[in-house]
Design a protein around this ligand. Sequence first.
Ligand SMILES: NC(=O)c1ccc[n+]([C@@H]2O[C@H](COP(=O)([O-])OP(=O)(O)OC[C@H]3O[C@@H](n4cnc5c(N)ncnc54)[C@H](O)[C@@H]3O)[C@@H](O)[C@H]2O)c1
Length: 436
Amino acid sequence: MPNAKTRYAQVGIGSRSRMYTKAIVEKFPEIAELVALCDINQGRMDTRNKYVAEKTGAAVPTYAAEDFDRMVAETKPDVVIVTTVDATHDKYICRAMELGCKAVTEKPMTTDERKCQQILQTVRDTGNQCQVTFNYRYAPYRSQLKEIIDSGAIGEVLSVDFTWPLDTRHGADYFRRWHRRRENSGSLLVHKATHHFDLVNWWINDVPEEVFCHGSRKFYVPETAERLGLEGRGERCLDCPVKDKCPFMLDLTESENLKAMYLDNEAEDGYYRDRCVFSDEIDIWDNMSVSVRYSRGAMMNYFLHSYSPWEGYQIAFNGNKGRLEHGSTQFAYISGEQENADPGQIKKEGLYITLHPHFDKPKGFEPRTSKGGHGGGDDPLLADIFDPNAPADPLGRKADQRDGAYSILSGVAAYHSIDQGKPIKIADLVEPELIG
Ligand SMILES: NC(=O)c1ccc[n+]([C@@H]2O[C@H](COP(=O)([O-])OP(=O)(O)OC[C@H]3O[C@@H](n4cnc5c(N)ncnc54)[C@H](O)[C@@H]3O)[C@@H](O)[C@H]2O)c1
């Protein structure tokens, strides 16, 4: 009898990948099967495999990164799930599709226009699919916002005012590890803002055309360490002489999961999860002010910063029939600190949706909420990936390479704009015809 289960291989076995492993082995075991793991770090794969064996009774084969092709040949996955460091996504997305698999990738799809072009070309050449997992779309209150805009309540959207403060816990964490180098993450303009740019593209059903950006790093700098009295600080928290007085200290020995994932495996690849947030090595911005013009003429003012006392966002859509305001705040967290905690949970009291029609009274909406990671977005996203019988989605939340491309290209254009001091046209980065 043929095996009816869809076969999944995972590449990049860090914090985020656990959600997918768990979905395969615990949530969808009747329809999904994990067939292999791939990473540059054997220790992290072994740790994950212990969990897999506990749940399924058998570990799966593990492969070093350079043996990716052999993994596909030997274990025959239908789908490869990519959760590696951002700048390496393209390699696995393209190779998976070339070898006949569907690719499911974490955001950002990739980090520059050349890699983006390569992915788009490979989709075209192979006829295979690339799904980008934009979990933020699936949070019930964000889907509700889409419904309100689609209903025409504010008419045509003419402008958007969007600000997203990251806090000194979650926001600071991007300055500790690989994200802090633009070559790995494309900076927060790509790594983080891809979520936000994607939401706006989807909410207003448009694509970016031209981008201008100012950026600076003013908080995660050695001067802040001096202001905090941290003279003589080390390069990482573990052996830092002034760690006891540093408000940014991350103790890897205190979290069982961070220790098992990173500290216990760092000898293998030199991945220190607790590097100093004030290091000279950092080359990403912590203030980013972006202006975007969309293809139908709407404009957006977007501000991202990463040293706020609270985290969340505020957005206002100005339409020709009124204004729609929405915001939320979320609980502070460190990625991977608690193995089974849902990351990015929101505070109910900070959540609002208010419609201000022209010439009429404002109307508050009761925001729809649900439990689970990232504002309740993670669970419906997983159903969209793994469940072939998931009902058709009138909101079109399942994202492909086109959505992945347009969401990163705003950020890529933004960093080129900072470098060159001028506005950048998206069409000068990747041909719109290739994006489709
Ligand atoms: N959608 C979300 O809300 C969300 C949340 C967190 C992370 N993410 C995304 O998930 C991805 C992973 O992030 P993370 O927080 O798990 O990072 P992580 O550092 O915990 O894990 C990355 C893993 O990739 C491995 N790796 C690095 N280079 C590799 C290579 N060349 N080949 C194979 N494996 C390699 C590392 O060894 C590590 O195990 C990133 O793309 C990130 O943007 C998305």
